[in-house]
Design a binder for this molecule. Sequence first.
Ligand SMILES: [Zn+2]
Length: 328
Amino acid sequence: MTWLVQPSLVNEPFSDPGLFIDFRFGRRALLFDLGDLTPLSPRQLLRVSHAFVSHAHMDHFSGFDRLLRVCLHRTLPLHLVGPVGFGDRVDHKLKAYTLNLLDEHSCDFVITASEFNGEGFDRMCEFRAREGFRQREVSPSRLAPGTLLDEDEFRIAGVMLDHGTPCLAFAFEEKLRVNVWNEGLKSLRLGVGPWLNEAKRAVRRGEPDNSEIVIAHDLSVPLGVLKQHVLRTGRGQKIAYVVDAAYHEKNVDKIINLARGADQLFIEAAFLDADAGIAAQRQHLTARQAGDIAKRAGVVRIVPFHFSARYRKQEDRLRSEAEQAFRV
Ligand SMILES: [Zn+2]
């Protein structure tokens, strides 16, 4: 089975945290956090439809400027999600620039900023280039509790953690994976086309086998036949992203629930456990704590990152401490 998306860290683990989630098909990407985005090319940034910002500490949000600069003249909207107060933070960023060249003839680039409280959205703001990015209140999306985005092929869940300030953690969950088997297409003498997406959607929605999938104006095939010969299904991929969090029971429970069974858990491992006192003071996780959480969440693979610069020469220690706690 091929996955829907490919996640990769934006920077090496001592630099700003961030995860770029690239779709294999369809020229689209998502971002978790907007720290330093320098390693991402304009082409990659232009694909970003949604960016989810854990909190507004600089190492998680200063890359907004680059994203804005690259996307300013595109028509695809940019949807941002962050914790309480985020709408005004985006507004302040936009207000920092002289935008006298934007008017009703500008490209209709739209930014939305939604504030997520761990359950749902408290507020949503919209900023349109044609209005010089004047802040406008709009009504926030209503989704199932804990859901940030819900599309045909995937959903994004979020929880609010405590880092001295609210900090969001995210999980990308692909719904049922549906792949096309080319040999099957040949055996039924069917060509590829937009109908395949319709058929995949029908499978994901759990439609009955006798529902007819229209392939051309004079040809339709029962879904059951396609399921038997053409469409292969499997479990979807889950990717969890957890940064800045104090180590206490409430946070740990929330992280475990969010990350449960993830194929990959990207989790901060800021300090060595020998420095657990400093980690507690700064409200960050140690590598051992991260590994232990990953184990308790039953994830397949842990990717520790967001290392404190003090360990630049001890990267292996951080990694092996996390890995050991995960493996015991
Ligand atoms: Zn941080």
